[in-house]
Structure formats: C-alpha cells, structure tokens
Write a protein that binds this ligand. Structure first.
Ligand code: FE2
Length: 395
C-alpha cells in the first residue's frame, strides 16, 4: 500500500515565515537601536546645551566681577592678580595668567586651582603662550601636558597698543569655542581699560607729588633753616603711617601733606624767617600764623584726605598746649599728630639762623620725654621703631 506523504509546500512556507519573522525582528532591533541612539543624542545634547548655558552665565558673572574689581582696586599688581583669581572660579578653567609689559619687562601674574600645578607650572615668556603678544592673534593650544587639555592665549591690546597676554587653561576638550571667546575678548578689553585708568591716575598722582615738591622748594628757599625739611618729614611720616596700617592712598596723601605742611611760610616775612636772633613775641605770633595761611591756600582743593585741615593742626599738641586752636588728644587728626612728631624731630636736628642744631640723642630724649604729653604715644612708639630700623642712615 502506498502511503501518501503530506505535501511539502506548507513546510517550506513555515521556513519562509520564520525567516521573514527573523528579518522583521532584525529590522525592529535595528530601528530600536537607531531610536535609542536618537534618544541618547537628544539627552546628551540637552545636557551639553545646559552645561554650555551654565558656562556662559558663569563667564557673564565673571565679567561683572571684573568690572567691580576695576572700580575697587587702584594698584596694578593687585588688580591683575584678583582678575586671575576670579577667572579660575569658572568651571573647567583650571589656571590662568596675565603677562604684562612693565618698564620694558614682561611681568607675569598667575594662579591655578590645583596646588601641584601652581608649584610645577612655570609660564615662560618665550613659550607659545606668549605668541599673541608678538602676533596680536589669538593662540589655541590643545593637549597640553599635566591635566591641561586645552589652553588659549589672547592679546591684551587694541589698535593703539599691545600691552600683554591673557592665558587660560582648561581640563575640557574644545572648551574655548566662539561664544566663550567673545566673553574672553571682553575680559581683555576690560583689563586694558583698567590698566589705562591706573596709569592715568598714577600720572596725575605723580604730577601732584612733583607740584608739592616744587612748593616745598619755594618754602625752603625762603627759609634756609628748613633745608630738606619737607622731604625728610614726608618720608618719616610715610613710614609711621605704614606702621599704623594706613592704606596706599592715605599714605600718598600723608606724604603730600607732610611735604607741604609749612606752605603757609610763603606768607611770612623773609626777615623774620632769617632773623639770626630769638624772635620777639609779636614776631613769633606772626610765624605761628603759617598754619592758617597754609589752610587758606589749600582749603578749596578736594584732596582724598583733608590736607588743609591736617596742615592747620600740625602744631597742635595732645595736652592742649599747641596752636592755633589748642586742640587736645583725639580732637587732633592722626595725620597731624604724625607730622607734629616728625617736624619737631627734623627741626631740632637742623641748623637754624638763631641756633645751632640739637644733637640726635638730645632730640630723641625730648620726644621720648614728651610721649603722651605733647605727642601721641602710639605715634611716638612707631617713630622710634622707624628710627631704630636705621631711618637716619637711609636719609
Ligand atoms: Fe610748621
């Protein structure tokens, strides 16, 4: 008997079907993979965008901070160092430097987040970081050593002059793209404006100082017993002010006040200032008027310190025995108390038309004896510190 086998076609169809299913499965898997990649790209892209926005906001805040520094700091070195310190607070900026041309040499200010880099990394003016100083072009440097993967140097310049370089180091690849670069260019412009303002203010201050020196010379020509008086009193006062914690601006003004403290003598008769004998009472009363004259000459000038008032008070004594207003203790400005001690010291050791100079020992004894009587005790203590550190040898 013949057994009839079932037709093979359905079997074949089943195989085809499985293959097709497999094909579809593969396709679906491929689609899923593409979709997963797409979703991943979207998520990563979103994160990247968020990070980017945060970086730019942070840079914006840094520029605001730099503007605040420019208004607050008037010292070139302190200004540049604070800008560097602020720049390295930016995420992914791990170090920064500013190289600036000062008196024909490039001075470098730098800082790194990592102390190891601070100790190990030295920025050489011959290195590629300084190329922008010569070329005026921005220089990007990738894959630098240590933890630095990305660096950039920008010229600090405009069409008039090139004064230095700003360098930044990042631990992130391609950190400094066009948007960051725009902000960094703003930073270099701010630095240039800040440096120009400081230089301008320094020129004004130097001119004021030279003008004060000119006035002192006029007074000293009229009063031969006061040769170098203004300059010595100014230097000594400056040293005492420094030890009393005065800031740089206050010290500069104290120096100028001390230089011209006797400006009022311009109005005192030559015969009285040069009289080789002890003055009569009426003549002495006239000499005492030099504090008022000095005040009148300067009262309308708006110095950062009230120099006219300091000059008016420089013959007051803390026990009230001075002139012109017989002020006592804390009624007298600290600057006037400083000038008082320094002025007496230099006047006593100087030759006067009416007497020979006192010895230094005798003069120091006089000041020591009158500590807390005529002269402020803290000022006298600082005065002796300055003298004991060899001030007279440096004069
Ligand atoms: Fe005086």
């Amino acid at each position: 008997m013949r057994v009839r086998l079932p037709p093979s076609a359905p079997l074949l169809n089943n195989i085809n079907m499985k293959e097709k299913i497999n094909e579809v499965k593969v396709k679906i898997n491929e689609e899923i993979e593409i979709l997963a990649d797409l979703i991943e790209d979207l998520i990563v892209g979103k994160e990247k965008n968020e990070e980017k926005i945060l970086n730019l906001i942070s840079l914006q805040n840094i520029i605001r901070g730099i503007n605040e520094i420019l208004l607050r700091i008037k010292n070139k070195g302190a200004l540049l160092q604070e800008i560097i310190n602020l720049l390295i607070t930016q995420p992914h900026i791990i170090g920064s430097f500013i190289g600036i041309l000062e008196d024909g040499e490039i001075k470098i200010y730098s800082n790194f987040k990592n102390n190891e880099l601070n100790n190990e990394f030295s920025i050489d003016t011959d290195s590629e970081f300084f190329e922008p100083f010569y070329s005026g072009e921005i220089k990007r440097i990738n894959s630098y050593k240590n933890k630095i993967v990305n660096a950039i140097s920008l010229p600090i310049s405009d069409e008039k002059e090139r004064v230095g370089v700003l360098g930044l180091f990042s631990d992130k690849q391609d950190f400094f793209d066009d948007e960051e670069l725009n902000y960094l260019t703003d930073v270099t412009s701010d630095i240039l404006v800040g440096l120009r303002t400081i230089n301008y203010e320094k020129r004004i201050r130097d001119s004021l100082l030279n003008l004060a020196r000119g006035i002192t010379k006029i007074v000293e020509l009229k009063d031969p017993g006061s040769k170098n008086h203004g300059e010595v009193v100014a230097k000594l006062s400056y040293e005492i002010g420094k030890r009393l914690g005065f800031d740089e601006e206050k010290l500069e003004m104290l120096y100028i006040a001390a230089l011209i403290h006797d400006i009022g003598k311009i109005s005192i008769a030559l015969e009285i200032l040069n009289k080789p004998f002890k003055l009569r009472d009426v003549e002495y009363e006239w000499v005492k008027q030099h504090t008022y004259y000095g005040y009148e000459y300067l009262r309308d000038i708006n110095f950062p310190l009230p120099i006219a008032e300091i000059i008016l008070q420089h013959h007051e004594r803390i026990d009230g025995s001075g002139y012109p207003r017989k002020l006592k203790g804390n009624e007298i400005m600290i600057e006037a108390k400083i000038i008082a001690v320094c002025e007496v010291f230099h006047a006593m050791i100087s030759h006067k038309p009416y007497r020979p100079p006192h010895s230094i020992e005798e003069t120091l004894d006089y000041i020591r004896t009158n500590r807390g009587v005529l002269f402020d005790e803290f000022v006298v203590d600082k005065f002796f510190e300055v003298i004991n550190e060899g001030f007279l040898n440096r004069c």
